[in-house]
Design a protein. Sequence first.
Lengths: 310, 626
Amino acid sequence: MTSFSAIGADREATKEEFTPGVEPQPTWCPGCGDFAVLKALKGAMPDVGRTPEEVLLVTGIGCSGKLSSYFESYGYHSIHGRALPVARAAKLANPGLEVVAAGGDGDGYGIGGNHFMHTARENHDMTYIVFNNEIFGLTKGQTSPTSPKGHKSKTQPSGSAKAPVRPLSLALASGASYIARTAATNPRQAQEILAEAVEHDGFAHIDFLTQCPTWNKDAKEYVPYTDIQQDDEFEFDISNRKEAGEAMYEAETRLAEGEVLTGRFYERERPSYGEEKRATGEMPDDPLAERYFEDGDWGRTADSLLDRHT
Amino acid sequence: MIDSSLMWRIAGGSGDGIDSTSQNFAKALMRAGLNVFTHRHYPSRIRGGHTYVEVRAADEPVQSRGDGFNFLLSLGDSFARNPQDEAYYGTEQVKPLVEQFDDLNEGGVIVYDSGLLESEMVAETDLEERAAENNWHVYPMNLRGIARDHGREVMRNTAGVGATAALLGMDTSYFESLIREAMSGEIMDANLAVLEEAYERAAALDTDHDLEVPTGEHDSQQAMLSGSNAIAYAALDSGCRFISGYPMTPWTDVFTIMSQNLPRFGGIAEQVEDEIAAAALAIGAAHTGVKAMSGSSGGGFALMSEPLGLAEMTETPIVLVEAMRAGPSTGMPTKTEQGDLEHVLYTSQGDSCRLVVAPGNLREAYDQTRDVFRLAYDYQLPGIVLYDQKLGGEMRSVSTEFFDREPAPDPGSVISEDELAEAAHDAAGKYMRYDTDGTDGVVPRSVPGQEGGRFLATGNESMEVGHISEDPDNRTAQMDRRLEKLDAIREELAEADHQTLHGPAEATHGILTWGSNQDTVFEAVDRLRADGYDVHAMGVSDLMPYPKEAVAGFLSGVEECLVVEMNATAQFRGLTQKQLGRFGSTMSSLLKYDGETFEPGEIVEGFESNIDGQEPAGNVRLATGD
């Protein structure tokens, strides 16, 4: 008898169940790429048999952070850059939950970059979606970590002197075990990739190109896109770090030149953090969260720890 | 009142085994029937730099370091790197000897390792002159030689303990059994041989001191623990099964104790990339239903500011511990201070809605940490245990019966799936987790994975189900509801009675203090009363919500009050004045911020100086309330 009966429930959910039945309507601008993430996630969850109450969606701050308001599940809208540390502790506390974290490129590659590196390194079994619009949207169009060199904005009036972050390469070097890039303009691929990411047993990173028509590009600038799995120019083994790294470098470089390369870049199974931690004996086999709802022996420090002090 | 006590100080280089030797020494005295208290002084270095530990022991309860000390075992610094007198930091090897002179009482005993501190080196110091002035009894002993003859040089601390035992008239059997418990084989045999040889050589010395070890007897079994042990054990007994942290002195002690013990209690410890992550992980685990904690010292706690506010806003219960050290910035990493009070009360944007408690001693550290867990989880807000290097590091003997408690793993105000079936939901089926009708401001929280419990937690202001809202009426109602929890906590705290009084209630003079100074202040009060002063004291633990009634009652009853704290700007006196809105001319401050703890004698002198209108000597300062 579990205290969390939504987890692993033998029930098929529909896409509609992941849509809030009443307000709020999204506040995103017309033509915003964020709608595509929401739609893809709503489609992916039933595809992989998840129901709303076994999903915890943790978001950061920015337009992307509103995802948890418009997606029906347990939600935690955290602070700027800190979705990942909140999310990974939730996964450790209750491994039965399907944990998804999401945020923007400033959130994930800028202010939260340290957490991105370490969460990937630890290979937590969770999905991380980065809404990459190459700009700070909600604060009105400033240059972001992924903005191309030379990008002009109110805070970089002479054009940015910095080369953009390479998010896919960063994820690979840090230790992510599933890495993909998709685009709002390619909804079918996006839904498939999100479904794969949720199913993947490890840290799955999706760099999701989301156009910002108000402050940056509109959708047509992400078209045409190339699916690297379909293109002869990019025949490579996605389980090979070296080949994957080269493909990522190419995709990142060409994006700055206006060419959009999407698809799966890296996938390789390695034990998730929970498995590693259980192997060292430092994580219980049963979900820790369950214990607080069940009768059991909690142990007393007086019985086990006091002798050494006498 | 403590009439006489042994105050034994062992000094050497960091890495010379000062810490472990002092612990064994104190434990042996405890087993022999004495009450013990230890005071640690160490540098922010791995090896070298001088370190000392004082062990105070008496037949009566000892709850504080004393005034100075009366027996010095100086090993010298075997890791010293700098032989130059002219260098900024001077000759390091001999420092563990000469730096102790100012604190050694008249008639004191000195044993130093003449195997390391050679006679020419010692001759250059003012030892001979000062020994004559202060009637010190100096016994150079070649501890290094004894250690080398029977084992290895590193055993010279064992030789020092053997010499101490002989010179104080102690039986070595307690030391022998501690060596037998901790070691085996050749190492054990060598240490036993070193102990015996040093004892015999010291016993054969021609001595002229009259210091002896006190004798005593316990009526119950005793244990010797640090404040950090007490905080960690209280967390475990509260059902805390998750800790996340990043190392920083002095909080590392609690983090280490928890990390070593959580796996055996079925819990999880996470060392993470920074303190922002540490606090955010504790929030994630707590939100998911686990009792979780994190902590740090000043600089790391500063990084936790934003997650701390997130926990207040989303009403996620977490417990944080903050171990203060001397600031600002990196300050003096291994030295104590109470300079983070205002930081901990107010850090993070918006109005504070948190519980802050500063225990006064080891027992309070255990009891009050348990209370902080209970209240944080019942009222869904951050609970902070504010302590310092002093309380965390000092060890005391305490009856093992004190820890004979039942665990309290209750997760607080959490709703079950059965209750959720009956609870209020919106039209979309979201649970009204932030309903403004909560009792005492509290709405039971659901936990991810529960059927019928889904809601959105957000750092934005939100409506009942968690959707972002900037509606002025909702905003006011939600703020009022969250802050209402503090009123309920204030009532619970009044019942828990964390403020400790010492001395007769009708005294004309008062001393008010907070946190870890408490027992040193109480010893000073005993002495002042013996000298004819009509004085009593209060040690305050509750800082937010502030115990207005208790402190106002104390201040109303006295003509004058000295407020004792370890910081430069009288933060606690300022808080008291702000909270009570009066007593500004009743209170003056006795402050210390040199990195060292108060000695009882400094408080006695500070109190007298305040009455006489004099400036106190040494590194303490008087400041008036006007």
